[in-house]
Design a binder for this molecule. Structure first.
Ligand SMILES: *[C@@H]1O[C@H](CO)[C@@H](O)[C@H](O)[C@H]1NC(C)=O
Ligand SMILES: *[C@@H]1O[C@H](CO)[C@@H](O)[C@H](O)[C@H]1NC(C)=O
Ligand SMILES: *[C@@H]1O[C@H](CO)[C@@H](O)[C@H](O)[C@H]1NC(C)=O
Length: 272
């Protein structure tokens, strides 16, 4: 019996120390943001990483040569902290930079809490529905306050809501748990603008069923949020096999309230 208890305790401690605290993830996300707005050098930031893999729009590159090495004005940001998977997600809206961007970044951490992977979907002029001014305007109007403890959805419920939305692109019979109101921000275009109290997230059917693959998740139960990095086929007429995309969801009581899509095009505005 004692042996069993010890085993269980050992397992619990191992798991507890493998997970990351919100404070540690918050600090890492803050350092990332400070680096992007040039408050911290990329060299100093890289010191927080362990042999980091840095990828922008699915292309691995030198962290010193990417957008992170540019000074980008962070007009607005949101971060998800995933204490179970030791990961963060950050959305940066930069409308007032000389070069405006919307950036979605996912960071993964090793058990020693150093960053191992940074993946960003970096959207700018010519990407899907891109308009950083519109993005800033609408994202600032939204409410993403922490969900009270007693009202929090489980990871499984939050993840299932995001998955159902993407699955519905391939199968119109999939029931997506939309809340009311629900609004989608695609680039700078907002579905909820003229009907702020309605569910305007429902998707019309695509001309062909789409399979959304290579899904990578960051989930934050406190914020009721999940971001799903994925490959978006079809949208870019010049790259039908898929372009880098991410969908950020806010879920309340099992229902989707907000969706932010950030999609990079190869052809200008995805050839449409
Ligand atoms: C990110 O947003 C938080 C508020 O949520 C703010 O306190 C912080 O200054 C922002 N970071 C940057 C670099 O703008
Ligand atoms: C760094 O990571 C790469 C790819 O993940 C791996 O091939 C390489 O061996 C690593 N180098 C060190 C010094 O750990
Ligand atoms: C971008 O969005 C802003 C705010 O909604 C709007 O005033 C502006 O006309 C848009 N720009 C373009 C090029 O559509």
């Amino acid at each position: 019996m004692m042996y069993l208890i010890l085993l269980i305790c050992a397992g619990f401690i191992a798991r507890a120390s493998a997970a990351c605290s919100r404070a540690m993830l918050q600090e890492a996300a803050a350092s990332y943001l400070r680096t992007q707005n040039a408050g911290l050098s990329v060299q100093a930031f890289a010191a927080l990483a362990n042999n980091v893999t840095y990828v922008e729009n699915d292309v691995p590159m030198d962290i010193n040569k990417g957008v992170l090495a540019q000074a980008v004005v962070v007009d607005f940001n949101r971060s998800l902290l995933d204490t179970t998977e030791c990961a963060t997600f950050t959305e940066i809206t930069s409308a007032t930079s000389k070069h405006p961007y919307v950036i979605h970044t996912r960071m993964l951490f090793a058990p020693d809490q150093k960053i191992t992977t940074i993946q960003s979907v970096v959207a700018d002029a010519g990407d899907w529905a891109f308009n950083a001014t519109g993005h800033l305007y609408w994202t600032q109007k939204e409410t993403w306050t922490p969900i009270p403890h007693s009202a929090r959805d489980t990871r499984a419920v939050i993840k299932a809501a995001g998955d159902a939305y993407l699955d519905s692109w391939g199968d119109s019979k999939v029931k997506v748990p939309y809340g009311t109101p629900c609004a989608r921000l695609e680039g700078g275009a907002y579905t909820g603008g003229s009907k702020p109290m309605a569910n305007t997230c429902t998707m019309g059917a695509f001309p062909e069923p789409l399979k959304i693959g290579r899904r990578r998740y960051v989930i934050d139960e406190e914020l009721g949020a999940v971001d799903i990095f994925n490959d978006f086929p079809f949208i870019d007429t010049t790259r039908p096999e898929g372009v880098p995309s991410t969908n950020l969801f806010r879920v309340e009581g099992g229902g989707i309230r907000y969706i932010h899509e950030n999609t990079v095009c190869v052809a200008r505005n995805c050839g449409r």
